[in-house]
Write a protein that binds this ligand. Structure first.
Ligand SMILES: [Zn+2]
Length: 238
């Protein structure tokens, strides 16, 4: 028995397969991350058009075959985010969001909250608001709703509440107080107040970029997966 399903979706990855097929990794609202095969997709404008691309929010219909790959039947555009194609910096940041999501979610485990956060972050980036704070806030929220929340409020060593600044230990999963670590020259001074205040972020985008890199490393460390677009973050012009 093949059952027909439909869900809102975003493309995470696409790999050409045989002459005209694609193997897809999709983040769906209702089923979480799924793998599917889009047969003859390179030739079928009617069923797939230009929708099997990143940064298109679409509705996908598919048949569940009981195997690893679902049979992708049809797609229909809900909204398209054109800024990512026009602007290389936004493309890099958008790719980082998609890849971070891909890294954080297991297969076929629905996470509707993360889906909504991702659509919202992509919409905000697309509307040309200041992009870096949007990316950083998405990282924090995405880590939180997928079970990898960094501990910002108490020391990872002594568990005392963190007041103001601290160090941050990627390995320990969060903030570490100055007393526990002692003085370390040139260490990254971590400010949870900065992270929780949008106005502060807007005022220091260079600092925001440092936190984006920190939480990208944090995500890689705790999921044990590589985020490839992080390499291009180094080249961003603010
Ligand atoms: Zn401590």
């Amino acid at each position: 028995m093949h059952s027909m399903n439909s869900s809102e979706a975003l493309l995470l990855r696409k790999t050409p397969y045989r002459d005209a097929d694609y193997i897809l990794s999709l983040f769906t609202k209702d089923l979480g991350k799924i793998s599917g095969i889009a047969r003859n997709a390179k030739n079928s404008m009617k069923r797939f058009g230009a929708r099997l691309e990143p940064f298109v929010h679409f509705r996908v219909s598919f048949k569940d075959t009981g195997r690893e790959f679902k049979l992708i039947q049809d797609t229909e555009t809900i909204q398209f985010f054109p800024s990512f194609i026009e602007n290389i910096e936004l493309f890099t940041l958008g790719s980082l969001l998609l890849e971070t999501t891909d890294t954080l979610i297991p297969r076929e485990s629905p996470n509707e909250e993360l889906f909504k956060l991702l659509i919202e972050a992509l919409s905000n980036l697309n509307s040309k608001k200041s992009p870096l704070p949007i990316v950083l806030q998405f990282q924090l929220q995405a880590l939180s709703v997928s079970g990898y929340e960094p501990n910002l409020h108490s020391c990872a060593e002594c568990e005392k509440p963190i007041k103001g600044d601290s160090y941050f230990s990627t390995n320990r999963g969060g903030a570490v107080c100055f007393e526990c670590v002692g003085e370390r020259k040139n260490s990254f001074i971590f400010s949870k107040d900065f992270l929780l205040d949008n106005d502060l972020m807007e005022s220091d985008l260079e600092k925001v970029l440092k936190y984006i890199k920190l939480f990208t490393k944090f995500t890689e460390r705790h999921t044990e997966k590589e985020i490839k677009s992080s390499r291009f973050i180094e080249e961003l012009k603010l």
